[in-house]
Design a protein around this ligand. Structure first.
Ligand SMILES: C[S@@+](CC[C@H](N)C(=O)[O-])C[C@H]1O[C@@H](n2cnc3c(N)ncnc32)[C@H](O)[C@@H]1O
Length: 265
């Protein structure tokens, strides 16, 4: 059991459950969210058996457009789809001229069989699998694929991470570490829409200064759900992180989880 220096934190009642909307977080989100490593896109290309260049792609739950811009950088023709008006506005501000659409992954505003790839970057856990998988399969051309991926912090062995998770679980009872761990690939197989489903993982790390690190914490819906004790959480985080990284540069390890599901030819 890891020992953490707990600050005197009382847990308020009537907590907002984890899963609040991202719109109030758009600024923090745009400022400090981690990007996605190149190997995700290479794996998608390998699986599809074609380059992303020239592919028609929907980036669903596009947020501020982090994955959209990476996909465009690889030559894909991307339509970002996002239900949150503030997130969508930030995306349009950052990437003017894109055909960004306000929409929901459970009711995609597109005709049947019009794209080669449907992506969800860090967003698939927000949708109902059965409905969103049926929608993705409907808009995909024969042989096309749904690709869903996440960056998960890969720091279980570090004391700073254990302290952070304990703090989060105390201050937001709606949160528990591993909240996103689900059999994503099996869930997609069970829908019956896909001929093949694969899971691929990778590892990477980033260096980020302490202020940006705290902004990244604020951009998380389950951190925002702490509510009026948010500043206490961030102060305690700053102290913990500066004990682990006295020069103020956090080295944050990530594991990527990519699940790709292909519809029949
Ligand atoms: C963690 S953010 C990821 C944003 C972006 N894809 C990225 O990589 O930074 C999750 C996004 O999913 C969106 N979202 C939530 N429910 C959704 C739904 N039913 N359909 C589509 N997107 C949804 C949120 O508005 C938010 O922008």
């Amino acid at each position: 059991m890891v020992e953490c220096h707990h600050d005197a934190v009382s847990v308020p009642s009537g907590r907002t459950p984890t899963g609040s909307l991202f719109d109030p977080l758009a600024d923090a989100y745009a400022a400090a969210r981690p990007s996605y490593p190149d190997h995700i896109f290479r794996d998608v290309e390998r699986f599809l058996g074609r380059p992303l260049r020239g592919a028609d792609v929907l980036d669903v739950g596009a947020g501020t457009g982090i994955a959209t811009r990476l996909l465009i950088g690889r030559g894909a023709r991307v339509v970002p789809v996002e239900p949150g008006p503030t997130m969508l506005a930030r995306l349009r501000q950052r990437s003017p001229g894109l055909p960004a659409v306000r929409g929901d992954g459970e009711a995609l505003p597109f005709r049947d069989q019009v794209v080669d790839l449907v992506c969800y970057a860090q967003a698939w856990h927000w949708v109902q699998v059965l409905t969103a998988a049926a929608e993705a399969a409907r808009v995909l051309r024969p042989g096309g694929a749904l690709a869903v991926w996440w960056n998960d912090v890969d720091a279980e062995e570090y004391r700073w991470w254990q302290c952070q998770q304990e703090r989060l679980e105390r201050m937001n009872p709606g949160y528990h570490r591993g909240y996103r761990a689900r059999p994503f690939a099996d869930e997609l197989r069970w829908t019956g829409h896909f001929r093949e489903v694969v899971t691929l993982t990778g590892r990477w790390r980033r260096r980020i200064n302490i202020d940006d690190y705290l902004t990244w914490q604020r951009s998380k819906s389950y951190v925002a759900a702490i509510g009026d004790r948010l500043d206490d959480f961030l102060d305690a985080e700053r102290r913990t992180m500066l004990r682990a990284f006295p020069d103020g540069v956090v080295v944050e390890p990530f594991r990527t989880l990519l699940v790709i599901a292909q519809v029949p030819e």
